[in-house]
Design a protein around this ligand. Structure first.
Ligand SMILES: CC(C)(COP(=O)(O)O)[C@@H](O)C(=O)NCCC(=O)O
Ligand SMILES: [Mn+2]
Length: 901
């Protein structure tokens, strides 16, 4: 049997039951998915005999003792127009690196990078692991910046002093472009050079020198815009989206089919740039009617103090009172001969000439909306004409004029669609306002950002504090105390947590009968521009799982929460679990006052994020269930809850290890084939211990762990709801005289601590080892619910190995037992196996897994694997249920609720 046989099959085992009522567990049917074999043939791997790596030499040892993900901190972008002085300009101690600025006529945009010192590595085995897997520095580019975060912040240009204070407080001016100063924290800023673009780079250069002692190196604005846009479009998965009639839809950009496109940057003025490649572009047009025009004219006409206020006013406006419509000219009729409906704007502000009214007679709301539509249409139309001029189908709009404002985007989209008769498409960028600043940031030669690959940049939720309506907005929060006091203040003020989506009231007329999106809410976030910006985490060691049948078609999420009822279901699940989770988290930190305070802050932050996502599911990029579950874990870490289930996991491990010897004896008394069925039943039965599931938590009141396990095992008779056991059995044992080769290496993605791993997955691993298959246990890098982590697995294996020669021999061969003192009690006479059992971390800290971003250890281990076993709802159902692999794959999970159709 080769690792890539044409007849490999994807196997799914599942069981659906309602464990609130223990008698009703089993519910069954079966199905086989065989899609992958043809894909393998196409990929050229079909039938190839792969050389089996020498056993000892290819061993992967225990994973790193530290997580690779840098999840230790996060920042959000605050609105400095309305910041709360109490938390302004924090003295936080992030290890700083680089800063770049885009100083425009209206706004200063700032991009900076923060990095934390890695924790010291105290794992002797890490070195051998990485060296053996070929992931040491020898064959990897070593980045000057290894892991960290990109932050995005903006200031009004007229409040440049705040920007300078911010830079100073964060000590961002101490990280210039001189690589020798990379780690320098010394007080001197002499010779420090900061990259900046935009007119203000010239205008304020002296001020920066005077106030911060730094020199500004000017970067060409167009260059920066293009570099920033290209970077985002290539590196951030959910960066570009369309926005039509209130609907946001993310666009998958094919990196190889990105160029040419038209980039329209709407700042104070507007630039239109034809982009043909990296560094290849031409500014083909522009217009002086842009964001500055809206703000300037709007300020004069409505007395609004800020751009956002003006935008908010437009939400309540009705432009018919001031715009002259076709119907006004044609007595309420369409001018159908040339395709103009009565509701088309014939002349923006045109009504004002024919009425005997002054400025005071018009509502500021109507003026603002009329102005917004005039400018948006105009830009949309000129953009289209330029796209037409050069035969460009795609137009990306950026710049701070847009501010994530639904109505603005809809208006621009409509104009492009209308004039191009659907031929051209308007797309928007989530980091719309930061293109120039990002470009300036990337112009530092020593970053190594230029060849970053897509999967190395992970976007995470802006986690420190939630977005809110009203007037309280915090600056980027650096340390824990700030985050907590921010949360407390936020609560004190009684500010309603809203997550408004900017929408116009229904009934506003539009060009060509264009109807506005249906209203979802009537408030506009004051910092709407920051709606779409997450913090970018750089994790250069993450890689794409190498065993996808078709990497391009891989989509981790089985459920995408754009279905409202699904979203509501999960919102309810997570909300209901919150107080219990907080109790556990607080207890895990000793139940101190400090822990209580953090628990409270976590609960508020998480609830606010949930509320925000309910309003605007795509606020932080395309939302799948995996993201939502990860959000909870990230948020816990944000408030320094390292492992909320620590003691529960320990207790369950101990209880399960105590009954393991009996289970192994029972298994060993069976025939091989009967044992295989019992083993799979055992995996399903033990997967019941899931602290993320309401049904399971209820069950914990009904008996001890072992009693529940026994009950669960008794209920596991086939057929299961998804049941490919027969296919699996044939693959393992063959039919007739044909005896198949065992698999060379199996990757077992394990799920929970306790019975799940000890009584479910370990016995299965042992069986594979017995058949001569190398086994790699793949576990989380960071805790999530009661999931077992890669750090914890070796100790569990060492304990289990005390009762089993097979496990002991394999663990020794895999380097897992170098530290453990083994006291062998196993009475079986089997000789120790030299087939290794290994452990690698998966690179994530969530109950689900996105296989596009796995640890380099896992990627290396996967290269020789020909069997993938995914276990548990999170990894095998909520994510990866539809994943296709180029080797045999088995998905085993116990479905604990009825939400799946
Ligand atoms: C969070 C989980 C995905 C973890 O499941 P696991 O991967 O451990 O099997 C799961 O517990 C879950 O989907 N819970 C929510 C639904 C419920 O209350 O049953
Ligand atoms: Mn789990």
């Amino acid at each position: 049997m080769t690792s890539l046989t044409e007849d490999h099959k994807e196997l799914n085992f599942g069981i659906d039951g309602n464990i609130n009522n223990c008698d009703e567990i089993a519910k069954h049917n079966s199905e086989i998915q065989r899609e992958t074999s043809t894909v393998v043939e196409k990929g050229g791997g079909g039938g190839e005999e792969k050389e089996m790596a020498p056993l000892a030499g290819s061993s992967i040892h225990r994973s790193s003792s530290r997580p690779q993900l840098d999840l230790s901190g996060a920042a959000i972008q605050g609105n400095f127009e309305e910041r709360d002085p109490a938390i302004l300009l924090p003295n936080q101690s992030d290890d700083i690196s680089h800063l770049a600025l885009d100083i425009g006529g209206s706004l200063i945009k700032l991009v900076y990078f923060s990095r934390r010192e890695d924790q010291p590595i105290n794992d002797k085995r890490k070195k051998t692991t990485t060296a053996r897997l070929g992931i040491s520095n020898g064959n990897r580019r070593s980045y000057p910046i290894l892991g960290g975060r990109l932050h995005f912040v903006k200031f009004e240009t007229i409040k440049i002093k705040e920007c300078l204070d911010f830079i100073y407080s964060k000590q961002l001016h101490r990280g210039g472009m001189d690589s020798r100063r990379w780690q320098s924290k010394g007080p001197s800023t002499e010779n420090t050079v900061i990259k900046a673009t935009g007119g203000g780079a010239y205008k304020f250069a002296d001020l920066f020198k005077e106030r911060l002692g730094i020199s500004i190196e000017k970067e060409d604005e167009m260059n920066c815009l293009v570099a920033g846009a290209n970077f985002l479009l290539k590196a951030i998965r959910h960066e570009a989206f369309t926005h039509m009639e209130g609907q946001k839809m993310f666009v998958q950009i094919d990196q190889n089919d990105l160029f040419p496109y038209l980039l329209v940057n709407i700042g104070s003025g507007v630039s239109m740039i034809k982009v043909d490649g990296d560094g290849k572009f031409q500014r083909v047009s522009g217009t002086n009617v842009g964001g500055g025009t809206y703000w300037g004219l709007g300020k004069l006409l409505t007395k609004c103090e800020s751009f956002d206020e003006l935008l908010e006013l437009s939400q309540r406006g009705d432009n018919r009172t001031i715009d002259m419509l076709v119907g006004d000219i044609y007595g309420g009729m369409d001018y159908s001969k040339i395709g103009l409906s009565a509701s088309t704007i014939a002349s923006s502000f045109g009504k004002a000439i024919s009425e005997n009214k002054g400025l005071d007679d018009y509502r500021p709301e109507d003026i603002s909306l009329s102005l917004l539509r005039m400018i948006s249409y105009n830009i949309g139309q000129i953009s289209y004409l330029n796209a037409l001029r050069f035969g460009l189908k795609r137009i990306f709009f950026g710049g701070f004029f847009i501010r994530g404002h639904a109505y603005t985007m809809d208006t621009i989209s409509f104009a492009v669609h209308f004039w191009s008769k659907g031929e051209a498409q308007a797309m928007f960028l989530r980091h719309e306002g930061f293109l120039g600043a990002l470009g300036a940031f990337m112009s530092y030669e020593k970053h190594g950002l230029d060849d970053l690959m897509v999967h190395q940049l992970v976007e995470r939720f802006p986690m420190g504090a939630p977005y809110v309506g009203g007037n309280i907005h915090g600056p980027p929060l650096g340390d824990l105390n700030e985050k907590i006091s921010w949360m407390e203040k936020f609560v004190q003020k009684g500010t309603e947590i809203t997550a408004p989506v900017p929408m116009a009231p229904p009934g506003t007329t539009g060009l060509g009968g264009f109807e506005v999106p249906s209203s979802k809410g009537d408030t506009l976030r004051c910092d709407a521009s920051e709606l779409n910006v997450g913090v970018l985490h750089l994790v250069p060691s993450l890689e794409v799982f190498p065993l996808f049948a078709d990497p391009k078609r891989y989509e981790p999420n089985t459920i995408d929460l754009s279905d409202r009822s699904e979203l509501e279901y999960w919102y309810t699940v997570l909300s209901e679990q919150l107080s219990d989770l907080v109790d556990k988290a607080v207890a895990s930190e000793g139940g101190t006052d400090d822990a209580e305070r953090r628990g409270d802050a976590f609960a508020r932050a998480f609830s606010a994020h949930l509320a925000r996502l309910m309003e605007e599911p795509a606020a932080y990029g395309k939302l799948g269930l995996a993201n939502l579950l990860e959000l909870r874990e990230e948020c816990l870490r944000e408030f320094h809850f390292i492992d909320a289930y620590r003691s529960i996991k320990q207790r369950e491990n101990e209880a399960s290890l105590a009954v393991l010897p009996d289970l192994l004896k029972e298994l060993d008394s069976m025939t091989e084939e009967a044992r295989m069925l019992t083993l799979i039943e055992g995996v399903l039965a033990a997967n019941i211990f899931d602290w993320g599931s309401r049904a399971c938590v209820d069950l914990y009141h009904k008996g001890t762990i072992i009693e529940i396990y026994r009950m669960s095992r008794n209920k596991m008779q086939r057929p299961w709801r998804v049941d490919d056991f027969d296919v699996f059995k044939e693959r393992m044992f063959g039919s007739g005289d044909k005896k198949p080769e065992p698999h060379k290496r199996a990757l077992l993605f394990v799920d929970n601590s306790g019975a799940d791993i000890v009584l479910g997955m370990l016995p299965l691993a042992r069986e594979l080892l017995r058949r001569g298959t190398e086994v790699v246990l793949v576990a989380n890098s960071l805790p999530a619910l009661n999931d077992v982590t890669a750090m914890e697995v070796p100790d569990i294996v060492a304990e289990a190995a005390k009762h089993c020669d097979i496990l002991r021999g394999a663990a020794e061969a895999g380097g897992l037992l170098v530290d453990a003192m083994i006291n062998i009690q196993d009475s079986s006479k089997e000789s120790p196996s030299s087939v290794p059992l290994m452990v690698v971390e998966n690179g994530c800290g969530s109950p689900c897994i996105d296989l596009r971003q796995v640890s380099s250890e896992l990627a290396a281990a996967a290269k020789d694997a020909d069997l993938v076993i995914l276990e548990g709802m999170g990894r095998a159902l909520h994510t990866n249920f539809n994943a296709r692999f180029k080797c045999d794959a088995l998905k085993v999970y116990l479905l604990l609720f009825h939400n799946y159709r």
